[in-house]
Design a protein around this ligand. Structure first.
Ligand code: NDP
Length: 419
């Protein structure tokens, strides 16, 4: 019986990916020998740089999205996240995998106007000059228009009696677009000030990326959800009930969404994107009707469990840190992700896979069984086990009545005495 991917050594995993042509020779060499960011590059990235800080990268296997299989790199320090994502992906594949839809991909920016004497007149003035202002925006970053993108529309929102937000929507093509959009906004703000002496407070993109959402859906045959203790239909109904609780109770919703973001953030990092952008936008979206709710929903439909997740995901395939962090381009190739749009689809599907695995564990065996098995590894290392001691200590920990650091230390001492 061939070993499973997770049972292989790190180098065997890389060799397997190479043998299955999921990695090129160059990228296999990179993954095998990667020592991370150089101090020199790190110093170019941030201020007052002291050192670098490494995190593990693993692979969520076989995420089927719109009929295409993706191997998704994930960067996380949390045990069980990657195993759960692979588990969710496996379950989803039994129903044909994830399908996605994406209405548009525009980034919004704001110019905030305050102390306005006549809000109606200012609004009318701005909307009457929309074409001119879009031109000003495009002239500030002309390469974007040359690539087929650029400023698309603007709107004016009244925030209070004397305050307005001019929202500018820009097609940022393959970039995340924050810097580009900020440049364009400042140019428009300068024109508003110079031409019509409009009082500008500030100009900055909005991380509430409502014009850059993606939806992933999945339909899983109920039979595949069965566990030794529960029938498929009872697991499916419990997942639907858990999803309902996340819709009505913010205490549960936040944890539900944290589970989704376990997958999303890990992939966002692996693809060199800014996870603060995605986190802030996702949680605002979760509260879009005034109450914070679960971002995904699950329901039983005939003999299938239907899942759906919509996320604002303004991700970049180029720009930002994507060409500065050495692992990003090899990760893009490994995942066979070829555009910002595809990256959005894959990461949204990954979030839903992560959510499915977490909910299934929660309503069946409970989260701790799987979690603590993987946690045993962290405990063994924390207790001070050397490489050769880790495996026997994990075995001993799994048989112990309690799984905590004191037990790990005691068992390690015992192990050393036995030798
Ligand atoms: P960049 O400033 O790196 O701009 C994108 C770059 O990608 C440009 O240099 C552009 O070239 C180049 N590019 C190459 N090909 C394409 C293409 N096909 N489509 C689009 N651009 C292309 O990054 P962003 O503007 O994307 O900004 C992202 C960064 O901004 C992130 O690092 C983020 O952390 C940071 N940031 C985030 C903020 C926030 O979210 N609140 C605020 C401020 C910064 P060219 O110049 O020729 O157009």
């Amino acid at each position: 019986m061939p070993k499973k991917f997770y049972q292989l050594t790190r180098l065997q995993r890389i060799a397997t990916l190479l043998a299955h042509k999921l990695l090129s020779v160059t990228d296999a060499h990179f993954f095998a020998n990667n020592t991370g960011l150089t101090q020199e590059r790190a110093n170019q990235l941030v201020e007052n740089q002291l050192t670098t800080f490494a995190l593990p990268e693993g692979l969520a296997r076989n995420l089927l999205v719109n009929g295409k299989l993706h191997q998704v790199p994930m960067v996380t320090e949390e045990p069980s996240v990657i195993a759960a994502a692979s588990n969710g992906a496996r379950l989803a594949a039994t129903g044909g995998g994830f399908r996605t839809s994406q209405p548009q991909r525009l980034l919004l920016g704001q110019i905030i106007l305050t102390d306005i004497v006549d809000v109606a007149a200012t609004t009318a003035m701005i909307t009457a000059h929309e074409a001119e202002l879009l031109q000003v925006a495009n002239a500030a970053h002309p390469s974007l228009q040359q690539r087929g993108g650029g400023a698309r529309w603007l709107r004016v929102r009244q925030l209070s009696e004397r305050e307005l937000s001019l929202d500018l929507a820009v097609d940022v093509q393959q970039a995340m677009g924050a810097n580009m959009l900020n440049t364009m906004l400042e140019a428009v703000a300068t024109t508003l000030q110079a031409k019509w002496t409009m009082p500008i407070l500030m100009s900055i993109l909005s991380n509430y990326a409502t014009e850059s959402t993606v939806t992933a859906t999945v339909d899983i045959p109920i039979t595949v959800l069965a566990t030794p203790q529960f029938t498929g239909i009872s697991v499916a109904k419990k997942i639907a009930a858990a999803s309902h609780i996340a819709q009505i109770d913010p205490y549960r919703a936040v944890t539900h969404n944290k589970g989704i973001m376990n997958g999303v953030d890990a992939a966002v990092l692996a693809f060199g994107n800014d996870c603060r952008v995605i986190e802030s936008g996702a949680h605002a979206y979760a509260a879009r009707d005034g109450q914070y709710r679960g971002l995904s929903q699950w329901q039983v439909v005939a003999d299938q469990l239907h899942g759906e997740l919509t996320l604002p995901l303004p991700l970049g395939f180029v720009g930002g840190a994507t060409r500065l962090l050495p692992a990003v381009q090899p990760n893009q190739r490994l995942a066979t992700v070829e555009s910002a749009q595809e990256l959005m689809q894959v990461i949204c599907a990954l979030g839903l896979a992560q959510n499915l695995a977490a909910l299934k564990a929660l309503v069946t065996t409970g989260i701790q069984q799987g979690h603590m098995r993987l946690q045993a590894k962290s405990l063994a290392v924390t207790a001070g086990a050397q490489t050769a001691e880790v495996a026997p200590l994990i075995v001993a920990l799994q048989q112990a009545p309690t799984l905590d650091l004191a037990t790990a230390q005691k068992l390690l001492t015992k192990l050393r005495q036995q030798r």
